[in-house]
Design a protein around this ligand. Structure first.
Ligand code: AMP
Length: 222
C-alpha cells in the first residue's frame, strides 16, 4: 500500500529575517556572505543596492550620491522605497539577511511591518579599529574581493587595478561613525528590548567572528 505521508513532498523551511547590525567596517558584508553560504539566506545590502543605483545613474542613485559621499544617511523615504521594491523581487521563503538595513528607528519600525524579524546579530568593533580597517580597505573590481593594505595584502600582480571606495577616506569614516552612533546605535536598545539582539566581538579574526555568529544564530533557534 502507498504511504501517503512519505510520498508527500517536504515543504521548504520558512525562515524569518536576520539583521546584521554594527558600525561601518565591522565586517557585516564579509560575514553576510559567509552566513548566506551556510544558511541559504539571501543577502539584501542597501549599501550595495545604492552603489549600483549610483553606478547606473538612476534617479535614486543621483538623489543618494551626495549623502553617501558625505558619509551621511540617505533619507528614510528613499531607502524604504528601495527596500519595498527589492523585497518584492525576492523569494523571501529562503529568509533574508539584511546588511546595513535598518539604520534608523523609523526604518526598523517599517521593516517590522514588512516581515518577521527572527534575530538581530550585532558585530561590535571600537571606533579606532574601524578607522584603521576602512582607510586601508581596497576592492578588486574584477572579483569583488576585499583586501587590506596591511592585514590582507593583495597579490602584487593585481595592486594596480584595486580601487578604494569613494567614502573610505578618514574624514568620511569619522562622519559615518558619528552618524552610526547618533542614528543607528539606538537600534541596539530597540532590538534588545524586543529580545532579538545577540552581540559578538567583531574585533576578532574573520573566522572567529563567523563561528561566534553561527553560535548566536543557533542559540536563537533553540
Ligand atoms: P554601507 O555600504 O552599508 O556602509 O553603505 C554605504 C552608504 O550608503 C552609507 O554611508 C549611507 O550613506 C548609505 N546607506 C546604506 N544603507 C543605508 C540605510 N539603510 N539608510 C540610509 N543610508 C544608507
Amino acid at each position: 500500500m502507498r504511504n501517503d505521508f512519505e510520498a508527500r513532498p517536504v515543504p521548504p523551511p520558512v525562515h524569518g529575517s536576520v539583521i546584521l547590525l554594527g558600525p561601518p567596517g565591522a565586517g557585516k558584508g564579509t560575514q553576510a556572505t559567509r552566513l548566506s553560504e551556510v544558511s541559504g539566506r539571501i543577502i539584501l545590502s542597501t549599501g550595495d543596492l545604492l552603489r549600483a543605483s549610483v553606478a547606473a545613474d538612476t534617479e535614486l542613485g543621483r538623489a543618494a550620491k551626495g549623502y553617501m559621499d558625505a558619509g551621511e544617511l540617505v533619507p528614510d523615504g528613499l531607502i524604504l522605497g528601495l527596500i519595498e521594491a527589492h523585497l518584492s523581487t525576492l523569494d523571501t521563503d529562503q529568509g533574508i539577511l539584511f546588511d546595513g538595513f535598518p539604520r534608523t528607528i523609523p526604518q526598523a519600525e517599517a521593516l517590522t511591518a514588512l516581515c518577521h524579524i527572527e534575530m538581530v546579530l550585532c558585530i561590535e568593533v571600537i571606533d579606532d579599529a574601524i578607522v584603521e580597517r576602512i582607510v586601508g580597505r581596497r576592492m578588486d573590481p574584477q572579483t569583488g574581493e576585499i583586501y587590506h593594505v596591511i592585514h590582507k595584502p593583495p597579490p602584487v600582480s593585481i595592486v594596480g587595478r584595486l580601487i578604494q571606495r569613494r567614502d573610505d577616506t578618514e574624514e568620511t569614516v569619522r562622519t559615518r561613525l558619528s552618524t552610526y552612533h547618533e542614528q543607528t546605535a539606538p537600534l541596539v536598545d530597540h532590538f534588545s528590548s524586543l529580545g532579538l539582539l545577540r552581540c559578538v566581538d567583531g574585533g576578532q579574526n574573520i573566522d572567529q567572528v563567523h563561528v561566534d555568529l553561527l553560535a548566536a544564530m543557533k542559540e536563537e533557534s533553540r
